[in-house]
Design a protein around this ligand. Structure first.
Ligand code: NAD
Length: 489
């Protein structure tokens, strides 16, 4: 049965006044699984006002860190109790595999628990200042945080924002991507079953140019935290300039994955497959540019293709599937367009390149794992984020050339180095201009570490203590402990 979704505003499930609804599809089957509201500007502004009023009431923002931590732990517990449903909804709406969705859901639980714990840690500073002054530095919530998330990790990206934003005492308004609202709706059903004051967390569904733009422009929103493409990130910055709201941007990437001659080749092949084909390449930090030193270039390619051929593509509901569907027909077309472009640019298509339309997959949006070799840095398939299961493999001579090619990009999100020489690996990774990096691994991280990019991959950091700081103001309070006049005039 097609589910009818509603906004969640001020603790109520609310219908949209807009008669045009958004069809929500399962990308593995094209079945319509839900109809979502398509909010108007007025509805979005109303939700912002509720969030603002709730913030000003102090019902959440004035609660002690211990009280806020207790609510975050309640949310974590509700998520844990419903983890199978969250996983299955993500598979159904996003197209990813069960294993991937399970890992996302577990990480969502851990994120709420982590921020609950962080709230009980010291958060501020004290200084002895000249003139018999004592200076305190305290952290305060910003106010209303507008949270705009993409479709590739619908649950996890929402939680990466909601958990620290609420931990800091803000009121929030979440806008999921228009095509993947299912797990966000479930998350708010679960939040509704906790002691979070009504109006502190609100959910509005709709399009980017209407709901997202309204949030980014609003004078009543104090911060916008956005994860998505670099192009839209630029629009968010412009819209946010009106009231100088704080902006946090997690954007795209085209990350280099450097394999030296002395690498353990089996490990390098293994992580380089994981680096691009996890999530069908629809991952911001994907290692989409593999750079291989000339001495092992041919051997690496042979081993890489042999294993990539074995990747089982299929619906996430099938336990045997290792790579799921592309999220939408529009995105599928964009990926296929890039593959065509790669061929026209003269790259060697060494594997894949097609939509998969047999073995019962014809109704879904499935693409073969695709490998281009013999590419050059000027090709568009090497420069632009394809955001699909498409990887380029490029040859380099020495350390200097590897670093030069790695940094020849407008992005700076992630990067990796594979080498058994630890000194070289560390030397090279320190030269890679990116915020999330690995040595002899890919994609493995922890929520304690800051997540974010250099250059056009973003501004600010999610997760860790940095992630909490994004949602806080910092105030100095100077206290005279000797009330003598200063006698200046
Ligand atoms: P997108 O930029 O198209 O959309 C992201 C969100 O912004 C959606 O909710 C969308 O509705 C909204 N939006 C669209 N136009 C808007 C506008 N004019 N004003 C305000 N909001 C608007 O991105 P996407 O296609 O959903 O996601 C893929 C992109 O996200 C990729 O570039 C990927 O690299 C990036 N991403 C980055 C990270 C990271 O941590 N750096 C994580 C995940 C995804």
């Amino acid at each position: 049965m097609t589910k009818k979704l509603k906004h969640y505003i001020n603790g109520q499930w609310v219908e949209s006044s807009n008669p045009n609804k958004l069809d929500i599809l399962n990308p593995a089957t094209q079945e319509i699984i839900a109809r979502a509201p398509n909010a108007t500007r007025d509805e979005t502004e109303e939700a912002i006002k509720i969030a603002k009023r709730t913030f000003e009431s102090g019902r959440w923002s004035d609660q002690s860190p211990q009280e806020r931590a207790a609510v975050l732990l309640q949310i974590a517990d509700r998520l844990q109790e419903n983890i199978d449903e969250l996983r299955d909804l993500e598979v159904q709406n996003n197209g990813k595999t069960k294993r991937e969705a399970q890992s996302d859901a577990e990480e969502a639980v851990n994120t709420f628990r982590y921020y609950a714990g962080l709230l009980t840690m010291p958060n501020g500073q004290a200084y002895e200042a000249p003139g018999d002054m004592q200076t305190l530095v305290v952290k305060e919530p910003l106010g209303v945080a507008g949270l705009i998330v993409p479709w590739n990790f619908p649950l996890l990206m929402s939680v990466w924002k909601i958990a620290p934003a609420l931990a800091a005492g803000n009121s929030i308004l979440l806008k999921p991507a228009e095509i993947t609202p299912m797990t966000a709706v479930k998350l708010f059903e679960l939040i509704d079953r906790t002691d979070l004051p009504k109006g502190a967390a609100n959910l509005v569904m709709g399009t980017g140019p209407v709901v997202g733009q309204t949030i980014a422009e609003s004078n009543d929103v104090d911060m916008v935290s956005f994860t998505g493409s670099t192009g839209v990130g630029r629009l968010i910055m412009q819209a946010a300039a009106g009231n100088m709201k704080k902006v946090s941007l997690e954007l795209g990437g085209k990350s280099p994955n450097i394999i030296f001659d002395d690498a353990d080749i089996e490990t390098a092949v293994d992580f380089s497959l994981f680096g691009i084909f996890m999530g069908a390449g629809q991952v911001c930090s994907s290692g989409s540019r593999i750079l291989v030193q000339e001495g092992i270039y041919d051997e690496f390619i042979e081993k890489y293709i042999k294993r990539a051929k074995k990747i089982r593509v299929g619906p996430g509901t099938d336990e045997h599937s290792q790579m799921g569907a592309i999220v939408s027909e529009k995105h599928l077309k964009s990926i296929l367009h890039y593959i065509l472009m790669g061929k026209e640019e003269g790259a060697n298509l060494a594997l894949g390149g097609n939509r998969i339309e047999e073995d019962g997959l014809e109704k879904g949006f499935f693409v073969e794992p695709t490998v281009f070799t013999d590419v050059t840095t000027d090709m568009r398939i090497v420069r632009e984020e394809i955001f699909g299961p498409v990887v380029t493999i490029q040859k380099f001579k020495d350390e200097g050339e590897a670093i030069k090619i790695a940094n020849d990009t407008e992005y700076g999100l992630a990067g990796a180095v594979f080498s058994t020489d630890q000194n070289k690996a560390l030397r090279v990774i320190k030269k890679v201009r990116a915020g999330i990096t690995w040595i002899n691994a890919y994609h493995l991280t922890t929520i304690q570490a800051p997540w974010g990019g250099y250059k056009q991959s973003g501004i600010g950091r999610s997760l860790g203590t940095y992630g909490l700081d994004e949602y806080q103001e910092t105030k100095q309070i100077n206290i005279s402990i000797d009330s003598k006049p200063i006698d200046w005039f």
